[in-house]
Design a protein around this ligand. Structure first.
Ligand SMILES: NC(=O)c1ccc[n+]([C@@H]2O[C@H](COP(=O)([O-])OP(=O)(O)OC[C@H]3O[C@@H](n4cnc5c(N)ncnc54)[C@H](O)[C@@H]3O)[C@@H](O)[C@H]2O)c1
Length: 322
């Protein structure tokens, strides 16, 4: 039984991770300002989780020192790229200064906890092929990507300074039930369910979709790995992706076939110029070999099965998408 502190634990990925930690009999404390997440995202586990409603940029030393976590999962962030572009100062404050605040509090723990940071594939320089952690150069294209790159550097410096086991998980495109942001898949499902014409952004870009419960599994394995016997003082960075890329057209087709039983032509999405992003990589694809090797992790949920699960509950509590 581990004592786990999860920042951003009420959000899309965080709530899946919290449910997984509870299933492993961990004691869980969540720090979340509820700006995007909700306690309702824990479903039947709602009463088993203690949530401290707090901004991570406000001092966390007291919270950490009274709970003394053995594992810290730092997920709180401003994540939706259009929101980050609209308010870059807030993005940097929440993501970079929020990480600084978490690391400062973790540095004061009596015995060092393993610390897992939710980073992003957005740190990589655009490329057509699969990204590899050690070989590929970094080159974010937007403020969100830069914020995640800088949080990785802060976390690596913290590992070197304190000898704490740090895991950096570069998440690719997470999908599944209970989304909190207006990403491609939940927007598509909500519009299909509403029965109106489907208006989306760029349908030709290819993304590596990884199911949310598989991501929770990877984060837990990474925490165990970093709390174990790997060389202290080093951050371990792994891609968390499926290794397969699908275009928006592929996703529309898969969803149409599996959920409505109609031919793909029955849904004819219209490209909505207001949903196009100023910078959009053609391809974002993981090479997940390192996570397989180090963590014995592989995603278990196919795109079709994950889409079926997302169809039933596309968005999290209190979230409305159009
Ligand atoms: N969902 C993805 O596809 C994806 C991909 C790559 C990386 N990530 C990273 O994974 C993490 C979780 O993403 P998500 O999809 O669950 O997003 P989310 O928006 O659902 O979760 C973020 C959570 O953090 C909370 N939060 C935001 N600002 C806060 C603050 N200042 N103080 C305390 N809590 C705050 C929100 O209320 C929310 O519950 C983020 O760090 C994100 O950058 C997600």
């Amino acid at each position: 039984m581990m004592r786990c502190l999860v920042t951003g634990g009420c959000g899309f990925v965080g709530s899946a991770l919290v449910r997984r930690l509870l299933a492993e009999s961990c004691e869980v404390l969540v720090v979340d300002d509820l700006s995007r997440g909700s306690r309702e995202n824990f479903g039947a586990d709602r009463d088993l989780v203690r949530v401290i409603e707090q901004d991570v940029t406000d001092g966390l030393d007291r919270v950490f020192s009274s709970f003394q976590p053995q594992a810290v999962f730092h997920l709180a962030a401003l994540h939706f790229i259009p929101d980050c572009d609209a308010d870059p100062a807030r993005c940097l404050r929440v993501n970079v200064d929020g990480t600084r605040s978490v690391l400062q509090a973790a540095a004061g723990l009596r015995s060092p906890a393993s610390l897992v940071l939710a980073s992003s594939a957005a740190v990589y320089a655009p490329a057509d092929g699969p990204h590899r952690e050690q070989e590929d150069s970094l080159g974010p294209v937007d403020v969100y990507g830069y914020s995640k790159r800088w949080t990785e550097e802060l976390a690596a410096g913290f590992a070197a300074r304190t000898g704490t086991g740090v895991g950096i998980a570069r998440l690719f495109n997470v999908f599944g039930p209970g989304e909190t942001n207006a990403h491609f898949i939940p927007s598509l499902i909500c519009q299909m369910k509403a029965g109106e014409s489907v208006r989306l952004g760029n349908l030709s870009t290819r993304r590596d979709y990884v199911f949310v419960d598989d991501v929770a599994d990877a984060l837990l394995r990474l925490a165990r790995h970093c709390g174990g016997d790997f060389v202290p003082g080093q951050a371990v960075t792994v891609n968390v992706g499926s290794g397969r890329a699908y275009s928006g057209h592929d996703v529309v087709e898969a969803l149409t076939r599996s959920m409505t039983g109609t031919e793909p032509a029955a849904v004819a999405p219209v490209v909505d110029p207001s949903r196009l992003r100023p910078v959009d990589r053609p391809t974002l694809l993981a090479d997940p070999t390192l996570a397989q090797k180090l963590l014995d992790w592989a995603p278990r949920t196919s795109l079709a099965d994950g889409l079926r699960a997302a169809w039933d509950r596309p968005v999290g509590a209190g979230v409305t998408l159009t």
